[in-house]
Write a protein that binds this ligand. Sequence first.
Ligand code: DLL
Length: 433
Amino acid sequence: MIWNETIECMERDEMRKLQTIRLKRIIEYTYHNTPFYRRKMQEVGLTPDDIVSLDDIVRLPFTVKQDLRDNYPFGLMAVPMSEIVRLHASSGTTGKPIVVGYTRKDLGVWSEVVARSLYAAGVTRNDSVQVSYGYGLFTGGLGLHCGVETIGGTVIPMSSGNTQKQIQLMHDFGAAALACTPSYALYLGETIRESGIPRSEFKLKTGMFGAEPWTENMRREIEESLGIKAYDIYGLTEIIGPGVGSECACQHGTHLWEDHFYPEILDPQTLQPVAPGVTGELVFTTLTKEGMPMIRYRTRDLTALHYDKCPCGRTAVRMERILGRSDDMLIIRGVNVFPSQVESVLLEMPEFEPHYLIVVDRVNNTDTFQVQVEVRPEYYSDEINKILSLRKKITARMQSVTGIQPDIKIVEPRSLERSQGKAKHVIDNRKLV
Ligand code: DLL
């Protein structure tokens, strides 16, 4: 099933022509509407007239997460705020989130690409879709929501959490599709099994899982435990949210919706383009976004692209699974967490040393997030109440900065290993196999 056949199956030459027209237009647009991009182009001596073909894209400067932080909250908007109809946000590398704004047209594009993604996973207007991604500043919930409405399906806007109710309503409402993180899908599968409700009483047939890395083994487990086909859906806040790309029935790569998001793969060291099929860092240029266009945004996701036609009929480029990241971002219960966020909390609290160890694991298909911190000797106490109140204070602060509740383990002064060279701040025991 193909939502937009003209685009999704467009011959490569035609697609490149369309991308070229749109690239030239977006460079002209950002040059005139975003002082940040104009300044960056001027710094390297470029004007929009210098960009005549797709290959010229490599002459343009990159945009990185720090640029969004430096321009917090609205400095990268290319339109007056009166044109922005929605804001979303995701974790920055320290306290402040990164913020993105959408015009009404941007929301239309987003709904269209999510509609393509849902269709590729076999969801139709006759289906109800349980959206169990978080609703709110996170793009997962509302992103999937609008896509379902666009194809005319029935949205069940559950948001995340409250697992017993999720299962009850999935059963009672006869949800045909589920959208959530792959680890939550595993947890739901397990809880259904324990609930004793026969699986035959569920109508679930398909699911769209993403927002965190997962593997072929996890796919098999999800498919088996929920009795469905499990599809990968990819995206990031800075580019639009979920629906930058999605898998089709062939399940051998994520089709990127490249008429809106132009992808490049670069060697993470040299930042030079690599050949198709070679792994490197994924970089996107938004070709149609009005509110907050991104020019050569470095995603830090490592993957490879394949340009041969897919047996499903789509010509849209296929992306391999995300193999890892070229920075230290962790995704814990679907939330992006940077070690630097933990560090920033410690630096602002005089009671603690700036030494820490993050231990991440997966227990019963749910990520655990422990942060070991050291109390300064002058604040250390044998009184349990004093330590408990310190723990409460740092837990609250850490939760507000990272977006998820850490399990804080206060350790004695000078008990965390001091680094001899590069500090090791993270132990990730999750085995994604
Ligand atoms: O996670 C958007 C999203 C919501 C995608 C729901 C899919 C479904 P961010 O919070 O900005 O946005 O996180 C983006 O998550 O750069 C990847 O590192 C990772 N990621 C997203 N989808 C996948 C996936 C949303 N399918 C970051 N596989 C990205 C692996 C993924 N990693």
